[in-house]
Write a protein that binds this ligand. Structure first.
Ligand SMILES: [Zn+2]
Length: 122
């Protein structure tokens, strides 16, 4: 949905070349499925403030890796409304992408089961 046309997936290390159709789906808990770090910023950059329609600026990244989550906090430059986006990074696609970077240094911080997308009508 937010995948950029002509994105440099071969050279941009922030983008997982193995993204799947589950990207940006919601988990049972309502978290947004992330499959790399780049997609999280792409989503926030594409969002608009629901109050005034202005674009948002990411002002903080809160690692909640021990919960299998990553949070981005964004601020509207016009009305100063704060918005929080909580991404699931426990899923297998993200963890495999991360492990490929970390190699021997890969440590799984979240001990629960990988979250799965919620499918409608279930
Ligand atoms: Zn606003």
């Amino acid at each position: 949905m937010f995948r950029r046309r002509g994105a440099k997936t071969d050279t941009d290390p922030a983008i997982n070349p193995n993204r799947t159709a589950d990207l940006y789906a919601l988990t049972e808990e309502g978290y947004i499925i992330a499959q790399d770090i780049g997609c999280q910023y792409e989503l926030v950059n594409a969002e608009r403030c629901p109050y005034c329609g202005n674009s948002l600026s990411t002002i903080a990244q809160i690692s909640r890796a021990y919960q299998g989550l990553n949070e981005l906090v964004a601020l509207c430059g016009i009305c100063s409304e704060r918005h929080s986006y909580i991404f699931d990074i426990s899923n297998a696609v993200y963890q495999e992408w991360w492990a490929s970077f970390m190699g021997k240094n890969y440590v799984r911080l979240y001990e629960g089961e990988p979250r799965k997308p919620r499918y409608e009508g279930k």
